[in-house]
Write a protein that binds this ligand. Structure first.
Ligand code: CUA
Length: 325
């Protein structure tokens, strides 16, 4: 009996795993809807085929053994083994190919340029007509109800950009630009993930994709374009000094300060992001301290070294960064 219950539970659990913020089967954008429809139609076809094959098997072995003579058998082989697959696979191929160009449809104006780094995402927003981009990292924000072009490239190795709930997947190559456009239809937070093995911390190369109402998006982008806010507490002021004396600014930029490094993620508004370390941890004081002191443990082989600071220094630095909203 236990076995029977288990056999019943496994498919239910498998289907339950299809939901969530990083699932093609929980679509929140036009392109993801096309892809999930294709999947469900293929699944339904597979179920029908399975029933037909097993039904025929059951019929000829249990109900009427010897029901089919050799001529029948030949017709079934030609019909079911050649004609049916050719017709079905051709129809699926034509349908699949007809969806492909949609994934690269031109956008409505906003362009986001994303560069794959090891192992994080450099993100630039180019609103229509802008001369300079708004630079941020490790989070993509999109206005709902609009098609946005995402231009993709990479620093050293091949990565792949994929937000399953919003659309298809596109590879990112060094020295070459690829494009995918996304048209989200539902406000919410989804999860993107690098989908091409790119080194030790490939699995830790994720990001939040936040779909916002247009007004809220414009407001967020205006804030993101501004210089960093001044530290509001004494701890944050001390943290800002430590940031510069410990050399953080050699790799990271905090616009409006002396930190102008371009090697690592731009931290001007890091406190406003939902995650840190490309989806690795949350932006809280504890997690920030953890990140700075144990970077190599949290993200193997990442370029940023772990910093051996006094607990008060660590806490001041975390306070400063968390306050960069
Ligand atoms: Cu980047 Cu895998």
């Amino acid at each position: 009996r236990c076995g029977r219950i288990l056999r019943l539970c496994v498919p239910i659990l498998a289907v339950a795993g299809c939901g969530g913020e990083q699932s093609s089967l929980n679509p929140a954008g036009q392109d993801a809807i096309s892809i999930s429809t294709l999947f469900w139609v293929m699944l339904a076809g597979a179920v029908v085929l399975w029933l037909l094959v097993n039904g025929a098997f059951y019929y000829t072995s249990k109900v009427r053994p010897g029901a089919f003579d050799q001529r029948h058998a030949r017709n079934i082989l030609i019909g079911g083994g050649i004609v049916l697959p050719v017709v079905v696979l051709t129809a699926l191929l034509v349908w699949g190919l007809s969806i492909l160009p949609d994934l690269r449809r031109p956008g409505d104006g906003l362009v986001i340029r994303v560069t794959g780094e090891q192992w994080w995402w450099r993100v630039e927003y180019w609103p229509e007509g802008a001369d300079a981009p708004v630079v941020t990292a490790n989070e993509i924000r999109l206005p709902v109800g609009q098609r946005t072009e995402i231009h993709l490239t990479s620093d050293k190795v091949i990565h792949s950009f994929w937000i399953p709930a919003l659309g298809g997947k596109m590879d990112m190559f060094p020295g070459r630009e690829t494009m995918i456009s996304l048209a989200p239809e539902k406000v919410g937070t989804y999860r993107g993930q690098c989908a091409e093995f790119c080194g030790a911390s490939h699995a830790w190369m994720a990001f939040a994709a936040v779909v916002m109402e247009e007004g809220a998006f414009d407001q967020w982008l205006a804030n993101e374009a501004a210089d960093a806010v001044e530290p509001v507490s004494e701890a944050a002021e001390r943290g800002a000094k430590i940031f510069l004396t410990e050399g953080c600014g050699a790799c990271h930029a905090v616009r409006g300060t002396d930190a102008v490094g371009q090697v690592g993620p731009d931290l001007t508004h890091v406190g406003s992001r939902q995650t840190l370390g490309a989806g690795r941890i949350k932006v809280t004081l504890d997690d920030l301290s953890d990140w700075i002191s144990h970077t190599d443990l949290l993200k193997p082989e990442v370029k940023m070294p772990s910093y051996d600071l006094e607990p008060e220094q660590l806490s001041d630095l975390a306070t400063y960064l968390e306050g960069l909203k």
